[in-house]
Design a binder for this molecule. Structure first.
Ligand SMILES: [Fe+2]
Length: 178
């Protein structure tokens, strides 16, 4: 699936309210809507000028909503869905912030074995990746892991509509839309 309009993305994020997911591999269950808002709010505090990073934190949950049964592909699924709307950098941040996440029954749990480092680390050894995007993806990962406080008020989704429109418009203006 590919998103082309901010409205479609907002609908998906609204649909996350009440949907259960996990904050990180093995993490406790969270409300995806709260988790998205908390991740974005943490990034807004730590990196106030980086709207793309904040937006990556906001949208990183939608893969869990789109395909709840496929826990191994959430980051890639989300990255592909938002790329046409929010651009390559947001997409890469989402893709890189998580390693491949094996789910119960995933064949990769048996082969390769648990201690295979490829299961623990995102593809940061890709020589085409710059240091900056890797560093930013780690900041996103840290926010993701911190953003699981049940009941913590992190604002409302509507506050993010204009930020999403800004990032989307900038991406479109650059002529990078597919
Ligand atoms: Fe998360």
């Amino acid at each position: 699936m590919e998103l082309r309009r901010v409205e479609e993305l907002m609908d998906l994020l609204h649909a996350c309210r009440g949907a259960r997911g996990t904050a990180c591999p093995g993490g406790a269950a969270v409300d995806l809507h709260d988790h998205a808002l908390q991740t974005a709010a943490l990034l807004r505090r730590s990196r106030p000028a980086d709207k793309e990073l904040q937006v990556a934190g906001l949208v990183h949950v939608i893969g869990q909503l789109l395909r709840p049964s496929d826990l191994s592909a959430h980051a890639d699924l989300t990255a592909g869905a938002v790329r046409p709307l929010l651009g390559e950098r947001v997409s890469s941040l989402v893709r890189l912030h998580r390693p491949h996440e094996p789910s119960p029954g995933d064949p990769s749990l048996d082969d390769p074995p648990f201690d295979d480092p490829s299961l623990d680390d995102p593809p940061f050894d890709d020589p085409l990746l710059g240091d900056a995007i890797v560093e930013d993806a780690l900041i996103l990962r840290q926010a993701d892991e911190s953003a699981r406080t049940a009941g913590l008020d992190a604002g409302v989704l509507e506050d993010w509509r204009t930020v999403l429109e800004l990032v989307s418009a900038r991406h479109t203006r650059l002529g990078a839309i597919d």
